[in-house]
Design a protein around this ligand. Structure first.
Ligand code: ATP
Ligand code: MG
Length: 410
C-alpha cells in the first residue's frame, strides 16, 4: 500500500507544478497542523492545474477523483493528493455536491468546512494565505464553520461529526453559532452514509481523547443518532464510554471500537457493522471480542486447548486488554488478569497453533470414509495435541488409528 505524502514528496510535486507554470500551495489540514506546530498526517496540494494537466506533468497519476478535481500523484511509495481549486455546486441531498466547478484559491477556501481547515501555505515564500480568518481562530482555539453554520451543515451533515472531532483532537471550543447549529441538526446525521460516519468515528477513536470525543458526541445529540443501539437502556452508553476511556491511551481504533461495542448483543453488533460497511476483518474482530467478553472469569481454568485457541486469534492482545478493563470495572482488581497473563506467558509461541500432527488424508489412508466424522476426529486429535497429551506425530497416528478402529466398529 502507498504511504501518505511527507513534506519532501509534497514539495517535489509542488515545485514540478510551479515549473510547469501553475499556482500550487499546501492546503487544508497540513497547514493547520504546521501552524499548530504538530506533525501533519499528510500534505495535500491545491493548484490551478486541472486533473488532466496534472496527469500530463507527472508520470504516475491516479485519476479516481478526477471528476471532483482530485488527482493522486505517486512518487516512490508515497501518494500526494493534488486537488484543483474548486467551488462545490449546489448540494441537494445534504451529502455531496451535485458537481464541482474549477475556480480560484479564494473560492476553494470558502468551500472548506472550518476556518482552521481553510488555509493555504506557500512553502517557497513561507507565507500563509488565509481568506477565512483561520489564523485568528487557530490562535483563539475555535472551531467555526466558514460562512453560515446552518447552511454549511445542511450542505454536508458529516461536518457535524467533523466539528466534534476537531474540537476534541485540538482541545478547541466550538463557536456558539456553530454549536447551536450542530444541536439543531444532529438528527440529520442519519442521511450520511454509514461508511463516512465510520471513517470519522475511527479517527476519533484512534486518539487518546477517544472518550472525550464520545462524550461530546453525546452532549451534542449526535451519539444517539449514530449509535441508537447503545441507548436502549440507560446504562449501556456510560458503560461503553467508561470502557473506551480505559483503553484510549493505546491509540488503537479497533481496540476502542471493541470497548465501545462489545457489551451489545450479537445481532446489534452485526447491524452496526453492516451499517458502517466495515470490512469482514473488522466484523470478525468484533465478533471474537464480543463472544469472549466474559472469558476473563474462567480463562485460568479452561482446558489448555481452549486457552490456546483463544490465544491463536490475531486479536488476542486486544481481548486481554479488554478483559483487564472489565475485571477492574467489575471487581476493582485485576488478580485474574494477572493470572491469565502468567498462563499465556508459560506457553511457547510455537505451541499456540502448531501444525496438526494428523490430517484428513491420514485418516482416509486408515480407511475412514469421507463425512462429518473426519472433522470430529481431527478436532479431538488436535485438542489432545494442543493439550500436549500427544507430543509427536507417531503417537498421534497411533491415537488416530484407535479412534478410526472404534469408529468403524460402531
Ligand atoms: P486529518 O488530519 O484528520 O486528516 P484533515 O483536515 O486533513 O484532518 P481531511 O478529512 O483529510 O481532514 O480533509 C482535508 C481537507 O479537506 C480539510 O482540511 C478541509 O479543508 C477539507 N474537507 C474535508 N472534508 C470536508 C467536508 N466534509 N466539507 C468541507 N471541507 C472538507
Ligand atoms: Mg487529512
Amino acid at each position: 500500500m502507498a504511504k501518505e505524502s511527507d513534506k519532501a514528496t509534497a514539495m517535489w510535486v509542488l515545485r514540478r507544478l510551479r515549473d510547469a507554470g501553475h499556482e500550487a500551495f499546501f492546503a487544508g489540514g497540513c497547514v493547520r497542523d504546521m501552524l499548530l506546530g504538530t506533525q501533519p498526517a499528510d500534505y495535500d496540494i491545491a493548484t490551478d492545474a486541472t486533473p488532466d494537466q496534472v496527469a500530463a506533468i507527472f508520470r504516475r497519476v491516479i485519476m479516481v477523483g478526477a471528476k471532483f478535481g482530485v488527482a493522486i500523484v505517486m512518487r516512490q511509495r508515497r501518494q500526494v493528493e493534488v486537488a484543483t481549486f474548486r467551488s462545490d455546486l449546489s448540494y441537494s441531498d445534504g451529502r455531496r455536491p451535485d458537481g464541482v466547478r474549477f475556480s480560484s484559491p479564494r473560492q476553494d477556501a470558502l468551500r472548506r468546512d472550518f476556518t482552521i481547515n481553510g488555509m493555504f501555505y506557500d512553502p517557497v515564500a513561507e507565507k500563509v494565505i488565509d481568506y477565512v480568518g483561520g489564523q485568528d481562530d487557530l490562535a483563539a482555539g475555535v472551531i467555526r464553520t466558514i460562512g453560515q453554520p446552518r447552511k454549511r451543515f445542511a450542505e454536508d451533515y458529516l461536518r457535524l461529526i467533523r466539528a466534534v472531532r476537531f474540537a476534541t483532537r485540538l482541545d478547541f471550543h466550538v463557536d456558539k453559532d456553530t454549536e447551536a447549529a450542530i444541536r439543531r441538526y444532529a438528527k440529520k446525521i442519519t442521511v450520511i452514509s454509514g461508511e463516512r460516519i465510520y471513517d470519522e468515528l475511527a479517527k476519533m477513536l484512534a486518539a487518546p481523547s477517544a472518550a472525550v470525543a464520545l462524550q461530546k458526541l453525546h452532549d451534542s445529540g449526535l451519539a444517539r443518532e449514530i449509535l441508537p443501539e447503545l441507548f436502549q437502556s440507560d446504562k449501556t452508553w456510560p458503560a461503553a464510554v467508561e470502557q473506551v476511556a480505559a483503553v484510549a491511551a493505546k491509540g488503537d481504533a479497533v481496540l476502542a471500537m471493541g470497548a465501545l461495542l462489545m457489551n451489545l448483543p450479537k445481532t446489534a453488533i452485526s447491524r452496526i457493522v453492516r451499517r458502517w460497511g466495515a470490512s469482514n476483518e473488522f466484523k470478525d474482530t468484533l465478533g471474537y471480542l464480543s463472544v469472549n467478553r466474559d472469558g476473563w472469569r474462567d480463562a485460568v481454568e479452561i482446558p489448555l486447548c481452549q486457552f490456546k485457541r483463544l490465544m491463536a486469534n490475531s486479536d488476542w492482545q486486544r481481548l486481554r486488554r479488554l478483559w483487564t478493563v472489565r475485571e477492574r470495572i467489575e471487581t476493582g482488581s485485576c488478580a485474574l488478569s494477572r493470572r491469565i497473563a502468567r498462563r499465556a506467558g508459560q506457553i511457547a509461541p510455537v505451541q499456540i497453533a502448531p501444525q496438526p500432527f494428523v490430517t484428513g488424508n491420514d485418516l482416509k489412508a486408515m480407511g475412514l470414509k469421507e463425512g462429518r466424522d473426519i472433522g470430529r476426529i481431527l478436532r479431538k486429535l488436535y485438542d489432545a495435541q494442543l493439550n500436549e497429551e500427544l507430543k509427536s506425530r507417531k503417537k498421534a497416528l497411533a491415537a488416530a488409528a484407535m479412534l478410526v478402529n472404534s469408529h468403524n466398529r460402531d
